[in-house]
Each structure stands twice: as C-alpha cells, then as structure tokens.
Design a protein around this ligand. Sequence first.
Ligand SMILES: NC(=O)c1ncn([C@@H]2O[C@H](COP(=O)(O)O)[C@@H](O)[C@H]2O)c1NC=O
Length: 506
Amino acid sequence: MRALLSVSDKTGIVDFAKGLIDLGFEIVSTGGTWRVLKDAGLEVTEISEITNFPECFEGRVKTLNPYVHGGILYRRNKPDHVEEAKKLGIEPIDLVCVNLYPFKETIERTDNFEEIIENIDIGGPTMVRSAAKNFESVIIVTDPNDYDKVLMALKENKNTLEFRRELMIKAYEHTAQYDATIANYMNERFNEGFGNKQFIVGKKVFNTRYGENPHQKGALYEFEDFYNELNILKGEPSFNNLTDINAATKIAVSLGKGSVVIVKHGNPCGAALKEDLITSWQKALAADPVSAFGGVVAVNGVVTKELAEEINKIFVEVLIAGKITQEAQEVFANKKRIKLFDLGQAELEISGDMYDFKHIEGGFVYQTADFVKDEEVLEAKQVSIVGVEDKKDLLMAYKIAALTKSNCVAYVKDGALVAIGMGMTSRVDAAKCALKKAEELGIDVKGAAMASEAFFPFRDSVDEAAKAGIKAIVEPGGSIRDDEVIEAANEHGIALYFTGVRHFLH
Ligand SMILES: NC(=O)c1ncn([C@@H]2O[C@H](COP(=O)(O)O)[C@@H](O)[C@H]2O)c1NC=O
C-alpha cells in the first residue's frame, strides 16, 4: 500500500505518517512535506522518484504527472485498467493526503498579487479531485482533524466504501470552496464584487429541529467560524430564534454598549439605551410589554443576577448577551422554556458582513450591506426653521428604523423607543399605527424624536406627529413633495432634518 502525502499545513502530519507506516504503508511525498517527514526520521520516498521528473518551475509542477494521477485514478476492479497500469509501469496510490496552499490566509494578509497568484494551488486540488473520484478504492484525506479517524478506520477494518464516500464528499466540498474563494476574490478585485458568478459558501453549524415551520427542514450555515463564538448556555436555537437573534443583535450592536433590544418576528418592539442595563431593560419592556411576551432579548453588556431577576419577571423565549454570568444563568435554571446564549465577552460585537443577499424564486438578489453612520444624523441637514441641540434620540430612532422592516417610523424619547410602526404598506399608517398603540398603552410620546427610514411622500405623517407632540424628525428627504413636508414641520414648529441616505429593509 502506498500513501501520497502533500500538505501545506503540516500540523499532525508526522504522527499521521508514522501511523500509516506502522500499518504497512509506503510514504511518498512532495518536497516540503518530504523534508518534514525525513527530519522526523521517517522513511519516505520523494515524489520525483515516482514521476522520474524533478519538481519544477518553483513548485508549480510537482505532482501533475501520469505516474501520480494514473496511480490514483486507475480502476482496480477493471482488468483492462489493471493491465494498462502494469504495461505503463504505474503503481497504485491507495491513500492521498493533501491540504492546499493557503489562498484565503494569503488574501487576508497581503495585497501583493504575485504572492496571491503563487498561492493558488493547482497540483493539490487535482490530486484531491482524482482521489475523490476513485473513492471506490482510494482514501482521500483533506482535513488534519481526520488523521486519527482515518488511522482508526484502517486499524479496525472500518475502511468501508461508506467511510471513503464521506471523505470523498468532504474532499469535493474542500476544492469547491477553494475555487469559490478564488473566483469571488478575483471578482472583488477586478469587478467590484459583482462578477458574472457569485458563490455563497456556508459551513454547516447544526441542523435546526425544523425550518420556519415544523414541516420544513432547516439548518444553520456560517461563512467563517462565526457561530463558534456563540455559547449555547441553555436550550437549542430554532430557525426562527436564529433570525430573531440576528435582528436583535444587529440593533443592539448599532445602538451600542448598554442597550437592550426586544425583537418579535424580526422586528423590534422595545429598545433602550439608558444609564444602566436594568433601566435599559425596564424602558425597553415598557414600549410594548404585550409584544415582549415570548420575545428575543439582546443585551449589549453583561447580564448579572439582578438583571436576570428583572428579565425573569416575564416570559422571554431567548436571551442573547455579551455575557450571562453563572449567577444570572442560575436565576433562569427553573424556567424550562427560556434559551440562553452569549458571546463570553463584555459586550455584543459583530463585525458585520460586507454583502447581503436574499432568496427570490429562481435565484437571489445580492448587494453590499447597509450600515448607518452616526454622521448621517449628527451632520444631517436642518431643513426646518427650528432645530434641536441634542440629536441623541434622533440618532437612536433612525438606527432602529434602519433595521426594522419598511415602511417603518420609530419614535424615541429620552433614550428609549416609545412607539414604532413597521412592515406597513403606507408610511402614514406606520406613523399612525405606532402612535395609536402608544396611546392605548398609556405611553406619553410628547417631546419624542421621530425617524423614518425613507422619505415622507406626503406631509400627512408630519401632521400626525405634530398631533402627538413630536419635537424633531429625521428622514432621508428626496421626495418631490419635500417642500410640503418642510412646510408642515415649520407650521407645527417641529425640527426637521434630512440625511440624504435611505435605509429600506424589505
Ligand atoms: N504543482 C503541483 O504539482 C503540486 N502538487 C502538490 N502541490 C501542493 O503543494 C503543497 C505541498 O508542498 P510541499 O510538500 O512541497 O510543502 C500542498 O499544498 C499541495 O497541494 C502542488 N502545488 C501547486 O500547485
């Protein structure tokens, strides 16, 4: 039996080779791998002895040779293949262990195109694909984490077709991801990220119990090692929990450390950023205690025992925080249905993906991600006669509106959401609906700041705001009736700011 070992990441390769030698394998290797194994005192044949050809062009050609690929690919159960191999002097290769040039690490480290090009592996993926194709007879190993598993299977006679098939799938996933990374990178570099093909690659984190509904299948996939950071402290996140956690976390991150956000079905029903987390929670809850029942709560900070006791007064389905202390977790220990997740750090932090996409029947739409910059509000154009000194509430309302389903109008007073209307087909309905609900809940919105994520097409929403005593409004502007909107603000003595940036979320 012969094994061909050619790895960039040399982690564990010496022990793996030793294990294979103990099992009776002859080891063949490419230059660098050969050197590592030789230095460890192992008996190993250099690839050039098999190919009868030197590695050349600075390693661009090492294993691209019929003695290698013939040895991997010929079918052991076909007499004419066996005969042909014999005639050509091609010896079988029964195990191929390859991991590829670190292309991703290289593009993360440097912009030097020559270096990047040299880190595109050619011979490696070719061997991986050959060995995977002939999985009937050949073992393909692409992940150092599998070395022990492979040795064990060989030792215990568990090198079955099913075992090799699993490794074959993993191998094609490996090369497909590798090529997708190269193609996406080249499109990013030369086509501003929007080439003719876009590859979205995700690694499965876990299956969810079901999809959005019980009759649907579902799973969570991640781009990078993103969800590794998520500590599952209690309960199992469902498909809908994950999308709500995403919505709540994005708003809490956007509002900053110390904020608390409550989400139901992807939209916020409470949010506050006060002097301490307990007050933030109480104010967030006060915005709509009815909707908060069974909600997903994001705490941008550390959940202590005291905060946990406050939250525990109502039924919350999910709590995600920077950190949930041990004592805080104990507060929830007897609550069967609450699920707890944290990132094990003082605050909620996510870097934010550069692109965003959405499935539509037959394909997907793809775009650069949307972020609100503080300057949009802090340096927004005052278009009304009166203005306001402090734009904190305006900024908070605007950030919330930008991360809420359109049409959305959000009202913030003293660092807390007091009313919100979202997902409505007309903007004035969103404006009115929010105020009606606040009135029903007995919330005083007088003096609040109001934000709309897109322009007001008519003056009606401003008139509604005036009736409720709103003192300042921020919106993108850009309507053909902006003049009427500005006139309405001036008539009512409301401060009106235009940001010039729209933040639809559909
Ligand atoms: N050119 C070739 O024929 C070739 N054959 C194998 N490789 C890669 O060379 C690397 C190992 O090289 P070394 O053993 O010399 O450190 C592996 O990542 C392997 O995927 C090659 N390199 C690039 O294409």
